[in-house]
Design a protein around this ligand. Structure first.
Ligand SMILES: Cc1cc2nc3c(=O)[nH]c(=O)nc-3n(C[C@H](O)[C@H](O)[C@H](O)COP(=O)(O)OP(=O)(O)OC[C@H]3O[C@@H](n4cnc5c(N)ncnc54)[C@H](O)[C@@H]3O)c2cc1C
Length: 115
């Protein structure tokens, strides 16, 4: 049976992980990416050129939605993970409850200046 891998967060780290897994173990996992932001993952580093008018938002897309579909990766966007239950191996999102076999947090970080 295929292992269901749920990745919480759909940023650059999450997509890098998916790319590596597809390369190294293409049929090992059924992958679900859950991201709070709309659409597919993008290269945040290119946001400054977008604001500067040198690039468009489309230029920042890491992979089009078709790429995920072609690789059997489910992308849930605009869906926030609210809770993780380790005992029952489920995540609760703003829309549903999902079971996982393996769970990865790729939720980034929030920088702050220490007091
Ligand atoms: C303008 C700009 C320029 C940058 N330039 C550089 C650079 O030159 N070099 C460099 O190394 N780095 C740079 N960075 C930093 C780099 O973009 C980040 O380090 C990188 O994006 C981190 O990726 P990540 O996937 O770990 O986290 P993130 O990009 O933060 O992605 C995490 C994702 O998880 C989602 N998420 C969080 N919690 C939940 C939840 N509960 N449920 C669902 N989804 C959730 C968030 O919405 C987010 O989409 C730059 C950043 C910016 C903004």
């Amino acid at each position: 049976m295929t292992t269901h891998l749920v990745i919480v967060g759909n940023g650059m780290a999450a997509v890098r992980l998916v790319e590596q897994l597809l390369q190294r173990a293409p049929s090992r996992f059924a992958i679900t990416l859950i991201g709070e932001e709309p659409g597919v993952a993008y290269n945040r580093i290119l946001l400054s050129p977008v604001l500067g008018g040198e690039k468009t938002a489309d230029d920042t897309t890491l992979h089009p939605l078709e790429w995920y579909q072609a690789h059997g990766v489910t992308v849930l966007s605009q869906e926030k993970v609210l809770a993780v239950d380790v005992a029952s191996r489920t995540v609760t999102t703003t829309r549903q409850q999902l079971a996982w076999d393996e769970l990865v947090f790729a939720t980034g970080s929030q920088p702050f200046i220490p007091p």
